[in-house]
Design a protein around this ligand. Structure first.
Ligand code: CP
Length: 315
């Protein structure tokens, strides 16, 4: 594997998930695989889980890890080609990515969308420039439109806990006070379609995800209908794709509560974190027995380790 940017970069999803579960059981079984190899984790945006879990995964494989908060510690990056750099940008992404590629055997990069220009965000400008100019394998640590390491951890979590071959999985929109990217929801939808679960998306009117991510999912604006009989409920806010980057409603009544959970098949409740308590997800669910948020966070390590292992093996 030379690129991990979406589920489409995975040859065999079942094999990757089972490799992650094996690594969870024996974290140090390949502790020399990454000896004398370096991973650079480049963050253009904040992170807790992605940073620490990917760092831990790389260390479990014996790799050396360099972390750079590019937004705060790096030179201001120019991403446009052919411009005269007489403004505020100091270094072009062509040189910056190329230099990092000289120091690293694998690069992980996080680059959120601006949520102003849909075409620019969905072209994955910054992520793709790194792929183009770094000259080494690249792992997405969340790009403008996808969060594949999170989605892989989510699939691992469902596979570990599902009680039927084809569980009913519901992705439900949740309220938020800030416009958030569609990346986690897009990515989760893409991986659910690939995993071939019974997959339902529910959101208020105006929050449809891009059709290429929705795939074969059943979509409804009726949250109660969606929740009926669900085995897993994935809670996430996203801003509008059609009215790009906008908040269209305060979402009264959309926060998942124990009362709503009664409609489900005693569903496990998932969220990628960070989560705003009492707004996106109720305290009672986060503190209750149905919450799987820490299972998901734990599985971020094994997801990252399985991907890095395949990259180091050149699979
Ligand atoms: N879920 C997730 O990616 O968390 P961070 O943004 O803290 O890395």
């Amino acid at each position: 594997m030379k690129l991990f940017s979406s589920v489409h970069d995975v040859n065999d999803l079942n094999q990757l998930v089972s490799e992650a579960i094996q690594l969870k059981a024996s974290p140090f079984a390949f502790e020399n695989l990454g000896k004398h190899k370096t991973i650079g984790l480049i963050f253009l945006n904040p992170s807790l889980r992605t940073r620490l879990s990917t760092q831990k995964a790389a260390m479990n494989l014996g790799m050396q890890v360099m972390v750079m908060n590019m937004d705060k510690e790096g030179w201001a990056l120019e991403t446009r080609d052919g411009v005269i750099m007489n403004g505020t940008t100091v270094e072009h992404i062509r040189e910056a990515a190329g230099v990092m590629g000289e120091y690293c055997d694998i690069i992980g990069i996080r680059s959120f969308p601006g949520l102003k220009d849909r075409e620019e965000d969905y072209s994955e400008l910054i992520f793709n420039k790194f792929v183009q100019f770094a000259g080494c394998p690249i792992v997405s640590l969340e790009s403008a439109t996808r969060h594949p390491l999170q989605s892989l951890a989510d699939v691992i979590t469902i596979e570990e806990l599902k009680k039927t071959t084809k569980p009913k999985v519901v992705l439900t929109w949740a309220p938020h006070v800030k416009p958030l990217p569609q990346a986690v929801a897009n990515s989760f939808a893409e991986w659910m379609n690939k995993a071939d679960y019974e997959f339902v998306i529910t959101h208020p009117e105006g929050y449809d995800l891009a059709p290429e991510f929705v795939g074969n999912a059943m979509v409804t604006n009726n949250q109660d209908e969606a929740l009926a009989g669900a085995d897993f409920v994935y809670v996430k806010n996203w801003s509008s794709y059609n009215d790009y980057g906008k908040i269209l409603t305060e979402g009264e009544g959309w926060m998942l509560t124990n009362e709503k959970l009664k409609l489900t098949n005693n569903a496990g409740v998932m969220h990628c974190l960070p989560v705003r308590r009492g707004l996106e997800l109720s305290h009672e669910i986060l503190d209750g027995p149905n919450s799987l948020v820490l299972n998901q966070a734990n599985n971020r390590v094994w997801a990252a380790q399985a991907v890095l292992k395949q990259m180091l093996e050149g699979k």
